[in-house]
Ligand binder design. Structure first.
Ligand code: NAP
Length: 302
């Protein structure tokens, strides 16, 4: 795909999905914005129009296969869909046995089965359009390593990586359909404060922290120039090597490092966060974390 004309973005109301929608709008693309929050999507659609793009809003829960199919039907009612960026995900922090089973299950339904739902609808539309189109899935460094207190997320993201790699192999039979994986490390988005937590603490992005716009740029580039995988984060390679080749050392180091760099200090009551329902007041492109983990003062988005 050389010119992204119509692109559907899931998770478009916040973080990387929202930054991707805005980056595409600035190129004049026509966007289909998907998430569960009408209010936040309306704000994003306004920003897209201001940047020179156009945007249609579709409220849908990615864990609901019928709702996802309906979203793609609306997206293609007036012409073909050229690309999809799938960014939606949700998670809950806590030791595995502390996280209520229904919260764990819904986080998996959103992050893993939601990816399967979006991939199924995407492939069916791309095939019907003459086997053409570009799908970009946002994976994670945590699709390749493990860390404590994030079982729903690690389990789902390992599944997402397995699903995408398998789809890439199957898609070799249809060369016009391209599938890319973008795997970020820590990114300054609201995902950490929006997540459920049963640990008395919120998560935070472990340093080095990248801005969501950098991951969005990689996703938009992958739409146009598909790649098996684009990793975003200077430390990703060394962390994955440590996990694979020095597992004993990794397992000793990761719990204290997680408590130090992956969790906030302030007390939080147990909450499912945005796992079951959206929290539009907390949605934005960025949150408040600088490169090496210090917080920006309120209102500073530099
Ligand atoms: N931030 C990081 O450090 C980081 C690192 C590696 C990978 N990632 C990945 O990057 C992607 C985007 O994350 P982010 O950091 O941008 O998070 P975010 O700011 O919390 O955005 C998540 C988006 O997913 C949507 N969403 C959540 N549950 C949904 C559901 N059931 N149905 C439809 N939409 C749903 C949210 O909208 P509603 O709640 O309004 O539906 C929101 O638009 C995710 O795949 C995440 O795993 C993030």
């Amino acid at each position: 795909m050389t010119n992204p004309r119509k692109v559907l973005v899931t998770g478009a109301s916040s973080g990387i999905g929202r930054a991707s929608a805005l980056a595409l709008a600035a190129t004049g693309a026509s966007l289909v914005l998907v998430s569960r929050s009408q209010a936040a999507l309306t704000e994003v659609a306004r920003d897209c129009a201001r940047l020179g793009g156009s945007a249609q809003i579709v409220v849908a829960d990615v864990s609901d296969a019928a709702a996802v199919a309906g979203a793609f039907e609306q997206a293609t009612a007036d012409g073909p869909l050229h690309g999809v960026i799938h960014s939606a995900a949700a998670l809950a922090y806590g030791r595995f046995e502390q996280v209520p089973a229904e919260v764990f299950d819904q986080a998996i339904a959103t992050t893993l089965l939601g990816t399967a739902n979006v991939a199924r609808s995407t492939l069916s539309i791309f095939r019907a359009q003459g086997e053409r189109g570009s799908l970009v899935v946002i994976g994670s460094l945590l699709g390749k390593i493990a860390t404590p207190y994030m079982t729903s997320y690690v389990t789902a993201k390992w599944g997402v990586h397995g699903l995408v790699r398998t789809l890439q192999i199957e898609a070799r039979a249809t060369p016009g359909i391209r599938i890319s994986l973008v795997s970020p490390g820590g990114v300054d988005t609201p995902v950490y404060s929006q997540a459920g937590t049963y640990l008395s603490r919120h998560g935070r992005p472990p340093p080095p922290v990248d801005p969501p716009e950098k991951v969005a740029a990689a996703a938009v580039a992958a739409l146009q120039h598909p790649r098996r995988e684009r990793s975003v984060g200077i430390a990703n390679g060394i962390v994955v090597a440590g996990f694979r080749f020095l597992p004993g050392v990794f397992d000793v180091l990761v719990p204290p490092l997680m408590r130090l760099g992956g969790l906030t200090g302030s007390h939080v009551a147990p909450t499912p966060g945005n796992v079951f329902e959206p929290q539009p007041d907390g949605e934005a492109v960025r949150d408040r974390w600088r490169r090496w983990g210090r917080q920006r003062p309120p209102g500073d988005r530099s």
